[in-house]
Ligand binder design. Structure first.
Ligand code: SF4
Length: 349
């Protein structure tokens, strides 16, 4: 569907259809049925006059220049900054949300058109732009337009997402994203459904699809009572390994926030889960807490490729080269070489 909506500059919404007296949203697995004047679970897609409207199109909640490692992405342009844009709204209801002020509330905000966002990213000097902080995919039309403009301007694109998107929109969006970090919040289908308001099967499909188009990394926030089981960690690691054992997994320490008051994740628990995941995966990183190994070493010769201390990053162990044939994801990437042994690494510069 093409055309312009009533909001200044907003395009017509995609992925919906009329149904009875309302409209059905087809963007994510919730498949919300929106009555006239109503909105979906994400609160950003509205039925006005029998059409899907996007009243929060371009409403930016936050703009910042972040280290790329903060997304977290450890194998994509290490040591660089990423121009990061956040929105409002989310299709999940995680009780421990670390960004609930913008994901679970909608506020008035200045409208930034995609072209202006890309201009600001260019001005910042960052080599990449990220759609992040709240859930970007519920603003599908905006991030798709901005990603296309960014590519045209020579800026790499980054998506940080819960991965809860239907297959068709995911197929349309992912080829425009150079790197993707997907939250795999728990292995429990029941927790996904009952505690988070999400759909595990859709997230798993999204990770598989992203691995075919983009540098993909997965994050699991280790929340007591939701994602702290050793057996579930074995299943998460086995699933990722089934896609590609070289996909990095970030285990992130939780701290009480929003409506969840369990104490912070114990370092001993993180260490145990890290060891279990390392049996199946080549790269497991622990974040949001100190005291864990942070470096990436060459799989062949053991040289340190990237040395990290918090957000201080030294990637002098890598050597750039032209895109290699047969890269891991099958796309035209630019995997760096190990500066010591000269073999291909799993890191994109
Ligand atoms: S994108 Fe929003 S409105 Fe559409 S199905 Fe998902 S939660 Fe519902």
């Amino acid at each position: 569907m093409q055309g312009r909506g009533p909001e200044a500059g907003a395009p017509a919404a995609s992925y919906w259809e009329p149904e009875g007296s309302g409209i059905r949203c087809l963007l994510c697995p919730h498949r919300c049925l929106l009555p006239e004047g109503g909105t979906g679970i994400c609160r950003v897609r509205h039925n006005r006059g029998g059409k899907m409207e996007l009243p929060h199109w371009g409403a930016i909640s936050a703009l910042a220049l972040d280290p790329i490692e903060k997304k977290p992405l450890n194998h994509f342009k290490p040591g660089t900054k990423v121009f990061s844009a956040g929105f409002y709204g989310c299709n999940f209801r995680c009780p421990f949300c670390q960004n609930w002020e913008i994901s679970q509330q909608i506020e008035e905000a200045d409208i930034v058109a995609p072209a202006d966002l890309v201009r600001a990213a260019l001005k910042s000097g960052a080599p990449s732009i990220a759609f992040t902080y709240s859930e970007p995919t519920v603003h599908f039309e905006y991030i798709l337009e901005a990603a296309k403009l960014a590519r045209k301007a020579g800026i790499a694109t980054v998506l940080v997402t819960n991965g809860c998107l239907n297959e068709e929109p995911a197929r349309e969006l992912l080829p425009w994203m150079d790197a993707v970090n997907v939250d795999l919040k728990t292995w429990s289908e029941e927790s996904y459904r009952a505690q988070l308001g999400g759909d595990r099967a859709a997230v798993l499909r999204f990770i598989e699809a992203a691995a075919g188009t983009s540098e993909v990394e997965v994050t699991t926030l280790i929340v007591p009572g939701i994602s702290d089981s050793g057996g579930d960690m074995d299943s998460i690691a086995a699933f990722i390994a089934g896609v590609d054992r070289r996909i990095p997994l970030h285990l992130s320490a939780y701290f009480p926030n929003y409506r969840y008051e369990e104490p912070p994740t114990e370092p001993e628990l993180l260490a145990g889960l890290m060891q279990r995941a390392q049996k199946k995966l080549d790269y497991v990183y622990v974040g949001n807490v100190g005291g864990f190994p942070e470096n990436t070493v060459c799989r062949y010769c053991g040289a340190i490729l990237v040395r990290r201390h918090g957000y201080r990053v030294d990637s002098s162990g890598l050597r750039a080269r032209e895109p290699a044939a047969g890269a891991r994801t099958g796309r035209a990437g630019s995997r760096a070489l190990c500066a010591r042994c000269g073999r291909e690494t799993d890191i994109e510069l």
